[in-house]
Ligand binder design. Structure first.
Ligand SMILES: Cc1cc2nc3c(=O)[nH]c(=O)nc-3n(C[C@H](O)[C@H](O)[C@H](O)COP(=O)(O)O)c2cc1C
Length: 379
């Protein structure tokens, strides 16, 4: 049988069959977007994207090389390019980051210690390496991405202006994620190829404006650049709606998080598949930046603590040992689980190829049914 057709300009720009991108989802040392998942989405006609945030440059290279072994279709890598991040106030250049945190934020450190005790993680205490060289690592990651000729680079947070010339030189397309019109204009100035408009429904770091009002505003502001819609889209109906809003494609995270190829822990998958949309809340408790995630007891403990989480990346450093202890103890219900309101639409884990197929079939059927459901006349 012939393959269904669903094409927009985005397909030509990125060299893909369907205008469906799997969002780069960073975290858990690359477990959210393993090479097998990225390659499966690309093989199925979409754009698989690695969440590269936090992956050491040489591990990122290995992941990219593995994807290239699995597929010859286009794929991407997403990085967080954080702007305005907090810095540790060190007493001297050789003071370890952990000591500097303890000296500068004693109450916060004491609270995390209490959490470790309260949740019975004492015997699993461990010190996860915490680094304080954010920008330097990002630069090395970018070098790896370009050396490996990755076809698409996506910038999660921050201003990609410095990456665009490097990407052009390497022949890569650049996508920039935004949650409001002001940041969209920064992407236009940076000269990106595609703007991703991410609504507050989204999993992970997110803004305040919902996808429905956001996409048309950004479409108008950045025209003629193509806009891709993100946030709250997990089925073909959502894709059809996004295209109707003026998007040239979609960027979907949560819908692929529970794919059979994903590396999430079983308890995380169960919470995502079993929860209602209103159980995915915005909190700064694990990273220091507003992120939509499954509401677990740690999110609640921070809410009730009377303490403001520290700015990114300090909160992540503060929580590093707690997260490591929770993982070692098998308490995966206490691990940061970014995911969006679209989780309410999901109920089973499926291989990425099947997810892609169902998305395309449903989007096509919704779009084709439209003239039968809606009578129109320009008058
Ligand atoms: C587990 C997870 C991790 C994420 N990590 C990143 C990231 O590292 N970089 C980024 O640009 N976006 C990240 N996001 C946001 C996605 O890029 C995307 O915008 C979002 O998932 C879209 O909304 P949806 O989850 O409703 O599909 C993450 C999202 C999730 C669910």
């Amino acid at each position: 049988m012939a393959r269904p057709v669903l094409r927009t300009d985005l397909c030509d720009i990125l060299g893909i069959e369907y205008p469906i991108c799997m969002a780069g989802m960073g975290g858990l040392r690359g477990r959210y977007t393993p090479p097998e998942l990225v390659a499966a989405v690309s093989e199925a006609g979409g754009l698989g994207v690695v969440g590269g945030a936090g992956i050491p440059p040489e591990d990122l290279r290995k992941a990219i090389q593995r994807i290239k072994e699995l597929t010859d279709k286009p794929f991407g890598v997403d990085l967080l390019l954080p702007a305005n991040v907090g810095k540790i106030d060190r007493s001297s250049s050789d003071e370890p980051p952990r000591d500097a945190l303890r000296r500068t934020y004693p109450q916060h450190v004491a609270f995390v210690e209490t959490l470790i005790g309260e949740f019975g993680l004492d015997e699993h205490r461990t010190q996860r390496p915490i680094r304080d060289d954010g920008q330097g690592v990002v630069r090395k990651q970018v070098d790896v991405i370009m050396e490996e000729n990755v076809p698409v680079f996506a910038a999660g947070l921050g201003d990609p202006a410095w990456v665009v010339p490097i990407a052009r030189e390497a022949g890569a397309k650049v996508m920039g994620l935004v949650g409001n019109v002001r940041n969209a204009m920064r992407q236009v100035k940076a000269d990106v190829d595609v703007v991703v408009a991410q609504g507050t429904e989204a999993g992970g770091h997110t803004g305040k404006i919902a996808t429905m009002p956001l996409v048309p505003q950004i479409r108008d502001a950045v025209a003629p650049l193509p806009v891709v819609a993100a946030g709250g889209i997990a089925n073909g109906t959502g894709i059809a709606a996004a295209l109707t809003l003026g998007a040239a494609g979609v960027w979907m995270g949560t819908a692929f998080l529970t794919a059979a190829e994903s590396g999430l822990y079983g308890k995380q998958i169960d919470s995502i598949l079993g929860a209602r949309s209103d159980e995915f809340v915005i909190s700064r408790s694990y990273t220091g930046k507003t992120a939509r995630q499954y509401k677990n007891p740690i999110v609640e403990a921070w809410e009730n603590s009377g303490l403001e989480p520290l700015p990114m990346p300090l909160q992540g450093m503060l929580m590093a040992d707690f997260s490591a202890a929770a993982e070692r103890a098998g308490r995966h219900d206490l691990v940061f689980t970014p995911s969006g309101q679209a989780a309410g639409l999901l109920s089973e884990s499926k291989p990425a190829a099947q997810i892609m197929k169902e998305l395309v079939v449903e989007a096509v059927s919704v779009l084709e049914a439209m003239p039968g459901r809606v009578t129109t006349s320009a008058g």
